[in-house]
Design a protein around this ligand. Structure first.
Ligand SMILES: Cc1cc2nc3c(=O)[nH]c(=O)nc-3n(C[C@H](O)[C@H](O)[C@H](O)COP(=O)(O)OP(=O)(O)OC[C@H]3O[C@@H](n4cnc5c(N)ncnc54)[C@H](O)[C@@H]3O)c2cc1C
Length: 552
């Protein structure tokens, strides 16, 4: 994916366009000495609570806030709701002794949830902020029932996963209208979470404003006072949204923002694509805007704890976004952007992986963090020392036959993500993807394949690969994009147990909240933590307790 387009984090307080709230510029929450012309803000829209991002955490916050009696406007930069959540598998990690667990005879309690997710012997739990985990644990059972009340349905059955020592994972039922699932027929069960939440929010009076990107958080003073609202860019130009009680940042993390993601892991250069970014971006906008008004980051070790799905192995090869379970079929509204479904790999012994230099570097059948480290290791390009460069799965026609692959569109993307050659030399000469910075040397690729074929004969592989049954010797030969794909944001903005954003001196910033993948401190994969902390933030914001200006 190309670098995320630069956000317009404008410093202007006077923004034009649209009808101002009350028809005139408003001087909001300012002491007399600060009510100068330069701090006058023209508000275009106002609500008790402004939510930025209508994905999993944003929609959960919206419903909760409406239930608490707040008026709510949620803005989202995408053309539809749901964020990553609509593409998710809908696997919910909720326990604590809920009805689903009782039906499956699973004994659990909030204390057990807390203990598991603060375990020192599990990398996904080790670096957690235990105050936040305590809140999460205590909201599990209530959230299970709350989702049912919003119209979310659950499939039977439970699994045990990650740091949990008892089964706590079960799936939502996929949304029943295929055209609203975005990637239909591919178990995108998270659609059955976000569609009912959006319907419930709208029924409760929440206004969801789409195609509108938050560009700035507006605070009384750049680094002091309360947060008053946000500036955004919509279809009709810029507009300011006033939040009488609070702004809740729910922008879903930072993995689509190359510069920000490299703050946590410098290896994550531009060639790494992000799962779901065909649909919605993990823009990093929330983190950047919050930091601009003084917010601190929190528990950043979680991003590189080498647990969970920060980085994942590409299973659908030969297309730009080949996440393990996400496939866009030609009737998906996203297909024109995705351009190909990818070839689904059943057995990785059917391919070798080479870097842009044509050299193998790893046992291709692995998929752990050592595998990813090898993928992201220096490829030898003297002008690109960070990142590992593109990785190509190289295979022959026999492998395609074994896998029953059709090496043509709509399965593969011929615009830079899949190449063919009648000889290995021709294949190497043809490879010219957007991130292939140097031409692959045909002699190197030929030598790599010859060495691999010799290892098949001897049974001894230089990378210790055991599955060595098939040579690469039958033309035509193919190269399919198989560079690892990014998935979860596991760190972000510091919040306290009310979801209030905390600044660099440890003080809550009045009127500013954060939830979901943009929030730091608790790195459990996915939906459950996003739902719960969205609710927590909305519940506290609705009290209005954070709407009081701190001293300026
Ligand atoms: C393919 C896939 C499968 C997954 N499967 C599972 C699963 O089975 N179980 C699980 O627990 N988790 C799963 N996840 C993870 C889960 O979907 C996410 O953790 C969750 O959706 C994050 O919620 P969020 O509210 O933080 O962000 P999102 O749901 O992504 O929502 C963020 C929203 O913010 C909007 N936004 C961003 N920047 C701005 C801006 N400047 N202005 C306005 N709007 C903005 C985006 O457009 C988006 O709609 C999966 C993720 C993917 C990609």
């Amino acid at each position: 994916m190309a670098k995320l387009e630069k956000t317009n984090l404008s410093r202007r307080y006077f923004l034009q366009g649209g009808a101002a709230v009350g028809g005139t510029a408003a001087l909001v929450g300012l002491g007399a000495h600060d009510a100068s012309a330069q701090n006058a803000i023209q508000w275009n829209r106002a609500a008790d609570i402004i939510i930025v991002g209508a994905g999993v955490s944003g929609l959960s916050a919206a419903v909760e806030a409406a239930e608490q009696g707040s008026s709510v406007i949620a803005i989202d930069m995408n053309y539809d709701i749901g964020g990553h959540g609509i593409m998710s598998g809908g696997q919910l990690h909720l326990g604590g002794g809920n009805e689903h667990q009782k039906a499956a005879n699973v004994k659990d309690s909030p204390d057990s949830v807390f203990k598991d997710w603060t375990r020192h012997d599990h990398h996904a739990a080790r670096y957690s902020d235990r105050d936040l985990v305590r809140v999460f644990a205590d909201w599990n059972v209530d959230t299970y029932g709350w989702l049912l009340k919003q119209g979310v349905k659950y499939e039977p059955g439970m699994q045990q996963s990650a740091a949990s020592t008892v089964p706590r994972q079960f799936r939502t039922v996929e949304w029943h209208i295929p055209s609203e699932v975005i990637a239909p027929r591919r178990n995108r069960n998270g659609s059955g979470l976000v569609r009912p939440l959006a319907a419930s929010a709208r029924a409760k009076g929440v206004e969801i404003v789409l195609n509108t990107r938050m560009t700035k958080i507006i605070r009384e003073q750049p680094l002091s006072g309360r947060v008053l609202g946000v500036a955004a860019e919509g279809p009709n130009g810029p507009a300011n949204y006033q939040a009488r009680k609070g702004v809740i940042i729910c922008t879903g993390g930072h993995s689509s923002n190359v510069t920000l993601r490299r703050t946590f892991d410098p290896r994550l250069t531009e060639e790494y694509q992000v799962a779901c970014s065909t649909y919605s971006l993990q823009s990093g906008d929330g983190e950047i805007a919050a930091m601009d008004v003084g917010a601190a980051l929190w528990a950043t070790a979680n991003q590189t704890a080498e647990a969970g799905t920060a980085v994942t192995k590409t299973r659908h090869i030969g297309c730009q976004w080949g996440y393990a379970s996400l496939v866009y079929e030609p009737d998906s509204p996203l297909f024109p952007k995705a351009r190909a479904m990818g070839l689904t790999v059943e057995d990785f012994q059917n391919v070798i992986m080479v870097k842009e230099n044509g050299l193998r570097f790893v046992d291709e059948t692995k998929g752990n963090y050592d595998f990813f480290a090898a993928c992201m290791a220096w490829s030898g390009d003297p002008e690109k020392l960070n990142g590992g460069g593109p990785i190509w799965a190289v295979f022959d026609q026999n492998a395609a036959n074994r896998e029953r692959w059709k090496t043509e569109p709509p399965y593969v993307d011929l615009t830079g993500w899949f190449f063919k050659g009648d000889t290995l030399k021709e294949l190497a000469n043809n490879i010219a993807g957007p991130y292939q910075r140097r031409k692959m040397d045909p002699a190197v690729l030929e030598a790599t394949v010859a060495k691999f074929n010799a290892a098949v004969d001897s049974g001894k592989d230089e990378f210790g690969r055991k599955a060595m049954n098939f040579k690469i010797d039958t033309p035509p030969f193919f190269a399919a994009w198989t560079t690892p794909i990014l998935h979860d944001t596991l760190t972000g903005i510091h919040t306290n147990t009310n979801g209030q954003v905390v600044d660099r001196s440890g003080q809550a910033i009045a009127g500013l909240y954060c939830a979901g993948e943009s929030m730091g401190g608790f790195a459990q994969h996915g939906l459950a933590r996003c739902i719960i902390f969205g609710r927590v933030a909305a519940r506290h914001a609705s009290t209005g307790k954070s709407a009081v200006s701190a001293s300026l």
